[in-house]
Design a binder for this molecule. Sequence first.
Ligand SMILES: NC(=O)c1ccc[n+]([C@@H]2O[C@H](COP(=O)([O-])OP(=O)(O)OC[C@H]3O[C@@H](n4cnc5c(N)ncnc54)[C@H](OP(=O)(O)O)[C@@H]3O)[C@@H](O)[C@H]2O)c1
Length: 269
Amino acid sequence: MKKVIITGVSGVLGRALARKYKSLGCEVIGVSRRPEFTSPDLDRVIVCSQRTIDDAEIILREKPDILFLNAGQIEVEVGPNGEPLLSTASSMNMVNYLWPCDVAMAASQMTWDKPVEIIAIGSIADCCPSSFGPVYHAGKIALHYFWTGTGPILWFGSGKKIRLRLYRPGAIQSDLAWAPANRLHPEGKGMKMRKKRVDGAPDGDQVAERIHKWTGRKHGWVGTYDEPLSFRALKVLFSLAPNLFYRIQLLGWKKESRFVNDLDQDSAS
Ligand SMILES: NC(=O)c1ccc[n+]([C@@H]2O[C@H](COP(=O)([O-])OP(=O)(O)OC[C@H]3O[C@@H](n4cnc5c(N)ncnc54)[C@H](OP(=O)(O)O)[C@@H]3O)[C@@H](O)[C@H]2O)c1
C-alpha cells in the first residue's frame, strides 16, 4: 500500500488529493497547522507549523512514497497603497518557497531504501511576475527555479531514489483563486477577465484527478494544467524583453489597480 502525505490538507486541493488517494486504497496522512482538523479521507493528521527543519524531518521520517507539498498562502490583506504587508509576506515566503526547499534538502540528508517523490504544488503564475500578486508569484517562481535546479542533483546523488517534481495548476475554484482581486479596480477590465477565468476554472477534484494521472508518468518532471496562451506569451516577453515587461507592469498597475486608477480620473473629469 502506498503512503501519501499531503500538506495544506484542509484546503480545497489538499482535501481533493486526500479523497483521490484514499479512493485508490493508499494510506493517506495529512499535514495541517490546525490541531482540530480531521477528515474521513485521512488515516492520520500530523499537526505542525511547516516552518522548521525539525518539521521537515518529522514528515520525512514517515518515509512516504509520495509527499505533496501543497500548502500555499496568498495575500488576503494588503497595505493602504496595495503594498504587501510585512508579516504576511514573510509567512507566504516561508510556506510557498523556503520551507519546501528545506524539505528537499533534509530529504537529501536521509537514507532512502525505497524511492520518494516530493511533489511541490507550484502555479502557472510562476515566471510571470505581476503587481497583482507579487509575493505569491515570487515564491512560486523561486520554487520552480529551485526544483528544476536542485532536482537533478538529488536524483543522481540519491541513486535515483529522490525525485523532485513540480505541478503547476492554473486557477482552481476556491477563495485563493480570487486573491488578485484584492488589488484590481472593481469596475476595470482586469476584474472582468479575472471573474471570467475563475468562473470557468476546474474544481479541486478535477485538478486532483489530473495530478494523479500525471504522477504516473515516468518523464513527468513538471506538470501544468489550465495555462492560458496569454500567460505563455507574457513569459516569453519577461525573458526576452525584461525592461518592456516592467513597463507593461507599470501601465497595468496604473490602469487596473484600485489604488492608482485611470477609471477614477475619467469619472472625476
Ligand atoms: N486555488 C488556485 O486558484 C490555485 C492556483 C494555482 C496554484 N494553486 C496552489 O495550489 C495549492 C493549494 O491551493 P488551494 O486552492 O487548495 O488553497 P487553500 O484552499 O487556501 O488551502 C491552502 C492550505 O495551505 C495551508 N496553509 C496556508 N498558509 C499556510 C502557512 N503559512 N503555513 C502552513 N500552511 C499553510 C492551509 O492549511 P492549514 O491552515 O490547515 O494549515 C490551507 O489548507 C497552493 O500551493 C496554491 O498556491 C492554487
